[in-house]
Design a binder for this molecule. Sequence first.
Ligand code: PMP
Length: 456
Amino acid sequence: MRQARATKGGSDVVAIQGLIERLQRDYAARRPRSRALYSRALERLPGGNSRTQLYFYPFPFYASNASGAQLTDVDGLTYLDFVNNYTSLVHGHRGHDLADMLAPHVSRGTAFGAPTELELDLADEICSRVTSVEQIRFANSGTEATLYALQTARAFTGRDIIVKVEGGYHGGHDSVQVSVRRWSNDGLGIPEVGVSSAMRRQTHVIPFNDVDAASRKLRSLGNEVAAVIVEPVMGAAGAIPATQAFLTELRLLTEEVGALLIFDEVLTLRLAYGGAQELYNVQPDLTAMGKIIGGGFPIGAFGGRAEIMEVSDPRRAGMLSHSGTFNGNPIAMAAGLFALHELTRDRIVDINARGERMRRHVSKAAAEANVAITASGLGSLLQLHGGTEPPHDFRDALSRPRELVQAAFWILLAEGVFTTPGRTSLNVSTAVGDVDQARVHAALERVMEELGSAVG
Ligand code: PMP
């Protein structure tokens, strides 16, 4: 078998850098309006930005409008959208339908300091799909969902320590902003910039998919652990699915030490009707959710066994106070219900199969062009990596050569396919049809041809 070309040799790296720089120059030249908006943004927003991952050099394009699987920028260029607002738009852009559906709700009032029936409807819908979730509370983002899930775990167990996975992203709050982008070898967490150094002892870290390390850590901390929080498929770390053994073992170990198991399904709920926990057949104690359950609007939710969720029952003395001006917002509830009703089992099967076909196509096109790029992920979530096999954990993903995958982002963008900058990850929405899929496959072939000839 031929050895796929990596970019080890200095001349290959220079060639790929040259290709990226040429594509960046073409990109900038074709987007004068986005460039002007970015210059304006620099005056008022640090780095022109309120959402770190949206920045990329030389400047991000500014969105104008979108419909279905198509996104158009302010310079009139269109893209097939495989970012879908970082997976939250599971049906792609449903602006027209949503406007019709939401209009009566908006005209009734956009927010009240009183609960609405819509909150109960969305709670019923989610609880009937995700069997481990008997009770649920709503919030406004995935960050809030994991924050309150962890507080709930602390309140329920009376313990302090959280165990998370190295490279795991669970939002922006202190307890989980630990060893997200960095690691140490002592099993203690490394607080990210701006995070309290106290987190170094409060949040412990285990490598993903390493059953032995998890069991050593949990047995040594024993009854100090309030919760283990884990993504069934790591998102930001590189679309890396958990092994069955890892999640099964975490379930057993948490039971053994009396800690709660929290699945962060903010990203993975889309993978099966009952979330990734249905696929793995592992029932967590609590689940954090977000993204798709808001139908395009800001949302978060956390839920689980009723005896645990009861810690925030306001009728109880010493309850956990969970409040938020926009919790259970009726517009987000209505949009979320609309999205979930339309996310049938058949549609989930369809987008997962499309993701799987894309992964296979990446492997095939890369092998044919002798380029060392591979695709990781599960179902409708995928990401490109350097190498010929998908990574199994965060350190593995981080150790891969990055140049080819960065170049792939730029070539795909030039071909009118929008993937996430920095990661070159894709997610498939139900708006993607066979014609779109064929376009992406053709664009992926173009990526491999260009990279093959640049390093060939
Ligand atoms: N958990 C996971 C697994 C996520 O992927 C994200 C966001 N990408 C979050 C939590 C945080 O969600 P939000 O951005 O809505 O705060």
